[in-house]
Design a binder for this molecule. Sequence first.
Ligand SMILES: [Cu+2]
Length: 605
Amino acid sequence: MDEPQTNAGWGRSGSKARKPALALRIPDKYDIHHTSIRRDLSSLTYRNNPMMKRYALPIALVILATAHVRAQNPLAIPPAIELDTFDLTLDEHTHEFYPGVVTDTYGINAPYLGPTLILHKGDTAHFRIHNQLAEISGMHWNGMNVPPEFDGSPPRVIEPGDTWNVKYKVIDKASVYLYHPHTMNLIGAQVGKGAAGLMIVRDDEEAQLALPRDYGVDDFPLAVQDKKFSPSGQLVSSPYGDSILVNGTAHPYLECPAQVVRLRLLNASTARYYPFGFEGDVPFQVIASEGGLLAAPATMTRIMLGSGERVELLLDLTGMEGDSLLLMSYGSELPNTVPGSNNLLWESSSLNGVDFPILRIRVGPQSSNPITTIPATLADVQPYPEASAARTRIKEITGTGLVGGLGMFMMNGEGWDMDVINDTIMLGDTEIWTYINHSNMAHPMTMHGGSFFVLDRNGQPPAEWERGPKSVVQVDVGDTVRVIMRFAEYTTDGWPLMYHCHNLMHINHMMWQFIIVDPTASVAGTVKVEHPLVYPVPSSSLVRFNTSFPVIQLRLLDLSGREVLRAEGPKMTEGTIDLARLSPGNYIALFTGLGKQAQAMVVRE
Ligand SMILES: [Cu+2]
């Protein structure tokens, strides 16, 4: 069992203690290339401080001379907590990412980001989410399959000052998950200020393996973000930043023992993609993706992650005591369809299209009971067979826009509308979703409701590291990516689930929703779904219905989830639906009353 850990590197911070920010332009650039360092020097303009002006050149020269060894801050490791009930408080804070520069932040039980929550598969997890922000918020469990009423998507809202009680059974496999607000129109802003944290799920299958899992000793979370700061040191909402933070630490280094270490690597950035790798092409083994372990480690020297994607990787440092390694982003290798490349048509950033360091790893002495070998096999990974799919949905992304969201991206011609259910899925079904990207930019696509498997990309099997359970998949320009997902656990019961682009500047518009319905049986939950009498079936015009409750609202959905009819109900227990104007086919009729729901299949001849 892991003891809760803390780390002194968590930072100098205050809660709501506002100090005046220094009028100091932050020397935040992170490049090791001499060309980009020259760009850095031009931005080192100190204002309102004659002393700083006088020393600007010598300081710049020192920075130039030490560019290769600028990783000077110990990496913050968020404390890991393991509780029956987690109290998570969203609040405003301040934090010094750079000494003497006080930045306004959001945090969860912390000045910036939140603690790492340790969960166990099979247990019931309880959370009390306290919203101390001055605006509405929420909480979502990225990658996890939880009852939709606790998923935290819009329209779920926690009003300022309110607490939301959440309870769900942990049914997902051992991996690293994310929690963050998923509030309508505020996701990017709230996450961008620091309202996010990691969850580590443990299970018996993972526990059987000789893997590093001593949190903070040989098992480390690495949440990588690019941030933009204003001249006064405040976080600026922007598609790109030119300061790299890992777990909120600028210019970080991490002391690792000379043995196999586990890095839980998360792209927590707004939009930037990172082709991660170690200087000198030191190989590493990817062992897990968002939803669980792979069948076997995949040996790689580069891994490109889009926003929201995460992997666990092993790095064998055995025999390397005294040595050091540099985790890099090889941005020069990004195709120009991907945010983070130097595509001249999009927003610019000094880090676009260039290689830059992420984290310096310094190898120290071995810990007790070190892991020194990497297992050859990992988990029983059984992608759903293609033949088990009840249907295929084509999801075509179109439109032209910028990384920051200007422009319009559509899915099958539709944008985000909270009043429209885009897809209706039958409980228990397995479905293939085919994402086709005809827009001008790569999008990392995610689905709520758990993990899926990637079947293929442009007809080719996915890369080895993409063959485990995933909840975010990269869909590049021109790509056709097929994923297969099972919807077996929960009906949505009035709380639709989302699928969306994980670029946090796109998410407010590139989001769509699905419901999971059980047309054959009552479902557990707060609302018991009843089966009204509906006749005749089929019909070419009027269908009569009888319900056990007065109907307030009546909706008809086609089998792709598109709403084809909505009417305020008769407020009586019987009435008629006119199918005459619908095309022939099957439809689901949803009847809503006060605290009551009923649904039935109707057929237009
Ligand atoms: Cu997008």
